[in-house]
Write a protein that binds this ligand. Structure first.
Ligand code: 5GP
Length: 113
């Protein structure tokens, strides 16, 4: 497994508030929450960005979205939530290990910044 900040969380080398784990995915609370509920869902096996995914990743990508749904239910976000995948420089990505933000617990605005 290559070395990203989030891989260190997967390997429990740095602490995180992990709320869900299976063989492919991990979900943990963002260290700098932008909403009352702010969770990151990641593949355990790192891919830098969404733009680096290929057709053979289709099952993993589906699994990550279903994990978002499962975690959102677990967190009681029955009123809705926002899912964000910042991708590359213009997308505002800062950690180059694919991750899906789940933001909830308040009314989201549009357009995003
Ligand atoms: P990006 O900007 O790449 O879409 O999002 C990266 C996210 O990772 C940010 O929301 C940031 O707060 C979060 N983050 C960065 N470092 C850590 C960390 O060490 N632990 C946790 N739990 N979140 C982190």
């Amino acid at each position: 497994m290559s070395d990203t900040l989030f891989s260190k969380i997967v390997r429990r080398e740095i602490p995180a508030d992990i709320i869900y784990e299976d063989n492919l995915a991990l979900a943990f609370r963002d260290i700098n929450p932008q909403a009352p509920v702010h969770i990151l869902v990641i593949p355990k096996d790192p891919i830098p960005t969404l733009a680096d995914t290929e057709s053979h990743n289709h099952a993993l990508l589906g699994h990550l979205l279903l994990t978002v749904k499962r975690v959102a239910e677990q967190e009681g976000l029955e009123n809705g939530y926002r899912v964000v995948i910042n991708t590359g420089q213009d997308g505002g990505q800062t950690v180059y290990h694919l991750h899906l933000h789940i933001l909830g617990g308040r009314q989201m605005q549009w357009p995003p910044g």
